[in-house]
Structures are given as C-alpha cells and as structure tokens.
Write a protein that binds this ligand. Structure first.
Ligand code: NOJ
Length: 561
C-alpha cells in the first residue's frame, strides 16, 4: 500500500447519510425519524464498512417541506434531529474514528419560513427586504400571469404570487401560498410574484444582492469554525439567473414548457442536446466559488467543497472545479447511463477527459437521494442487485473519489411507496411518485418493520418499510460472506490496498458486451452480456459475485492483476 500524495478528499469514498432515514436515536425510544444521535451511534458501522467520510444531508432548522432542503435557520440544528451540541458530539466521534464529515449547504433558496422571507412578505414591493429574493410584477391583466414561462423542477410554474402588498401574510403553508387570493382582496399592481425553481416553500435568493453572499460566507465560517471538513453545495449551478429573467426559449417541435423543465436527471449526458436555460449555469456563479475557495483555504486542514451541479455538458461541470473554485463536482453521468458496456466505457472515458481540463480529479456516483437506486435502474430483482454490485466494483477501481448512498451496501432496491405515504414535494405538485422510494429508512435488525431503525417500542418510520426486508438488515448480512454488505466491505478494503496512491492513468473500452478498464496494473472486467466470458489471465483480486468454472458470468465484475 502506498500513501496518497493528495488531500484526503481526492480519492476518498464518501458515504451519503440521508439524515431522516439512517438511524433514529432520539428521543429514546424513537419518533420514526432519523437524527444526529442515530448517526453518532452508527459511526462505528461506517468505520467498519471502510469509508473515509460521510456527507450528511441538511439537518438545520427547517419546516421540512423538502426534508431539510428548505432551511429556516442555517446556523442551528432542527430539534427533530437534535442540537448543536449533538452535532459537535457527532463530529468529535467521527474524527476520533478517522472519519471526515461533509455537511450540506443550501444557498440557492431558503425556506419560506426563513426570517428573511418572512420580512420580505411583510415588506412592500421595492423594499430592501424583498430585494434579497426575486420578487417581480406579473404579466397580463393586473399582473395576473407569472413574470416569465419558467417551470419548477418539482412541476408547475416557478412563480407564486403573494397575496398583497405586504403586512398581512404569514406565508407558511405552501398550499396557502400556491393559491393566490381573489382579485377583490389584493392591490392589483402591488401583488408581486416570487421565483422558486423548486417548491413554492423554497424561494430563490437573489445572488446579485451582496447581502446574500455575505450571509453565506458567515454560514460557511460558522460550520468551519465547528470543525467540518467540507460542504456539499446544493444546486451549485443555479444561484445566478440571467438578469433579465427573460422567457426560456423552448424548442418548437417538443413543445411544452413543462417538458423542457423536466429535471436533467431524466436525460443521458451521452445524447445531450444543449437547451436554452436562463435559470442555470450563469457565468457569475463562479465568482461565488472563488470567494468560497479563499474562505476554505483560510482554515487549517484540507477543507473542501463538492458541487451538486446538473450541468448540460461535462465541460461545464469542469468549470466548477477549476483550481481557484470548488474541489469536486458530482459527476452524474453514470446515473443516467443504462446497463451497457459501451455506454459505461463512454461515460468513464468522457468523465475523466472532462475533469482533466480543470486539472481536477473525477468523482463517481451511482445512487443518491434524488434518483432511483441503481440495482432497480438495472432491472431490479436478483439480476439488478448483481448488476448493481458489478457497477459498484467498476466504480471503485476508478481514479478520484466515489460517493456511496446509504443502503446501497445492503443491496436495497427502490421501494414502491404507497401514495398515502408519499412525502416528496414533487408528488404534491405533479402527482408523480417522486423520490420517496429511495429514501425508505434503513433496516438494521429484526424480522419486521421498523427493523431496528428506531427504538425498542416499535415506532414505525416516517416512510413505511416493506415487509420483505428481514434478509437485508445489517444484522442479517453481517456474518454472511456472500452478502452485499460483506461484498462492499471487501471491495472498500481491496480498493485501499490496491489503489491508494496508485497511478491514475485509466483506459476504458467495451469489448463487445464486456467493459474493460485498465488502471495501475489491474484489469477490471464487467460482463453486461448474457453469456459467460473468459477472465483475463492473472490473479482475481475480488469479484462482485461467484465465478463458477473460472469464467465471468453475466452481471458480474472482477478485478484481475
Ligand atoms: C438537490 C437536492 O439533492 C434535492 O433533494 C433537493 O430537493 C433540491 N436540490 C432542492 O434543494
């Protein structure tokens, strides 16, 4: 084993903790919602798994309309999840165990319950309070139409009208806000609209207002002072909008604004079409990250930031990680790539080439809390889980850093959450199932829900778990060498032994249905076809499944040296 010449994050394996769904530790015996005490109690589990760091999704004060991505106070912990003292305890325990901690920063929008938005609602149009957000007059008769044609990522218009010129509206409930009052009760010219690229409870900030940048610098420092190792920057490509707030030009033949506003998650980067998007990827945003880079660098240790930037091209993604900007950007290309050796090879080679232009390291992501879990994307069932393990093994051989999403180490699949239990704001806005199916609380032990997620009283978790998970609990998989959990532990340990500090030069190609990746003297093969294939000669370091007869069966990967 060699020692890496890079900062810790450069080739780290980071485990994403979706705080509500990881482990419920408080109050004892549990309320069915995961929290900081639950995370702290399970840090030894993460240490034993072999990851280097954890990224914790937002745990700040929030009305939880988008499960924490609607922040009401950036400098405090929501009582649902614990207290600042609990966070300090978590951080200290993680550091004692040699684990780094990345927290989530949500700078594109606040909650509608944030003091700034409440003040904006109470103030008049044109006031400094409203100037922190994007309030505009509407179009059409009495300004009754939204200021432009932008659509929310969660469906429907990206604008909501406030009921009157100020002073009388609490604005807490999005359903209340989403329904403008009748024309008789408002002052026509003054009833403005505000922009929200996500839910109406998540008003977008106006980053052209210097107060906004100053506030977030303070927030960065607040958490850096407490000792966090880094930040995951939510919607990093969205902070600035084209100043005119002009209409988005929609391609004629595909028509509807609705179709154009679909999240980019749905699209393959391989077959991309560059769209007109005045709400994303504005050049001014990079100045923000240059400022943050200076803040991060002013602290001891390798403090880092990783951008969540759903850019249209890999080249645009690389701009976020130029040497004076952020350290990493999630590379989402693989999330949208089907089970295909050829497409995997293209994604790997393309991603490595793109970040090379910024002299940065790649990152790799197969699952997160916004997308369908990768075994399900690959067809589900035993074959989907086998393919998921194979893709993970390929990912872990690549240079740069890998992000794992909680539960993938258990082979969890997407759950079909019953409509009455769905909680994703996009479900309420569109009637589409949304993202709840990848957010079902983890099964730790036992043979029936809540599978040890909460306390001993059997409190059921905030999203119901399926009945058939008893074989997937941590306890059930712990001692089984063939389990997905045992496989992840082996894969992470082998990655450390084989690739820590290894040469990064990587070649990826498809040999018919077999993905072949070569790096540091190791050949990684993934059989995406339907027939077994011969293994390369050499020592098999690890495989994602059995290798009967010394050949590589379908849906299986191996590292050979
Ligand atoms: C991206 C986050 O990952 C997602 O969960 C959230 O809904 C949006 N940003 C809005 O903050």
């Amino acid at each position: 084993m060699t020692t890496s010449p890079h900062p810790w994050w450069y080739d780290a394996v980071v485990y994403q903790v979706y705080v509500r769904s990881f482990a419920d530790g408080m109050p004892t015996p549990g309320d069915g919602i995961g929290d900081l005490a639950g995370i702290t109690s399970r840090l030894p589990y993460l240490r034993a798994l072999g990851v280097d760091a954890l990224w914790i999704t937002p745990f700040y004060r929030s009305p939880q309309k988008d499960h924490g991505y609607d922040v009401a106070d950036y400098r405090d912990v929501d009582p649902l999840f614990g207290s600042l003292a609990d966070f300090d305890g978590l951080l200290a325990t993680a550091h004692d165990l040699g684990l780094r901690v990345i927290v989530d920063l949500v700078p594109n929008h606040t909650s509608d319950q944030h003091a700034w938005f409440q003040a904006a609602l109470a103030a008049a149009p044109g006031s400094p309070e409203r100037a922190r957000y994007l309030f505009r007059e509407g179009r059409g008769k009495d300004g009754g139409e939204p200021p432009n044609n932008w659509q929310s990522i969660f469906g429907g218009p990206a604008w909501t009208r406030v009921p009157d010129e100020g002073g009388s509206v609490a604005g807490g409930d999005r359903r209340q806000l989403a329904a403008p009052p009748s024309p008789e009760t408002r002052s026509p010219q003054k009833a403005q609209w505000y922009l929200h690229l996500f839910d109406s409870s998540q008003p977008d900030l106006d980053w052209r207002n210097p107060e906004v940048g100053d506030m977030f610098e303070d927030v960065l420092r607040f958490w850096l002072d407490r000792g966090v190792d880094g930040f995951r920057v939510d919607v990093a490509h969205g902070l600035f909008k084209e100043e005119s707030l002009r209409d988005q030009v929609l391609p004629e033949k595909t028509g509807g604004a609705e179709e154009q506003a679909e999240p980019k998650q749905a699209e393959s980067m391989v077959e991309r079409v560059v769209r007109d998007e005045p709400m994303w990827e504005q050049p001014e945003v990079h100045e923000v990250y240059r400022r943050w880079r200076e803040v991060l660098d002013s602290y001891p240790g390798d403090r880092m930031a990783v951008a969540e930037a759903w850019t249209q091209t890999p080249e645009a993604m690389a701009e976020f990680i130029r040497p004076d900007e952020l350290d990493q950007a999630f590379n989402f290309a693989w999330l949208t790539t089907p089970w295909s050796a050829e497409e995997f090879a293209e994604v790997i080679a393309g991603s490595i080439a793109a970040v090379a232009t910024a002299e940065a390291a790649p990152t790799w992501v197969l699952s997160n809390h916004d997308v369908v879990r990768h075994p399900t994307r690959y067809g589900g069932g035993p074959a989907g889980v086998a393919r998921g393990r194979a893709a993970t093994l390929a990912m872990l051989a690549l240079p740069g850093s890998a992000y794992l999403y909680q539960g993938e180490e258990l082979g969890l699949e997407q759950v079909d959450v019953p409509p009455e239990a769905r909680q994703d704001p996009s479900w309420f806005r569109t009637g589409e199932p949304g993202r709840d199916g990848c957010r079902v609380p983890l099964p730790w032990s036992g043979s029936a829900p809540p599978y040890g997620f909460g306390g001993a009283d059997g409190t059921q978790p905030w999203i119901p778990q399926p009945d058939g998970w008893s074989g997937l609990t941590v306890a059930a998989q712990d001692a089984d060498p063939d389990s997905t959990l045992a496989f992840y532990r082996r894969a992470l340990a082998t990655r450390r032994e084989v690739f820590a500090g290894a040469d990064e030069a990587t070649a990826a190609e498809a040999d018919e249905d077999v993905l072949v990746v070569r790096r540091a003297g190791v050949t990684v093969v993934v059989n995406t076809g339907v027939e077994p294939v011969a293994l390369p000669s050499g020592e098999v370091l690890i495989s994602s499944g059995p290798l009967p007869g010394g050949v590589l069966p379908p849906d299986t990967a191996a590292w050979v040296r």
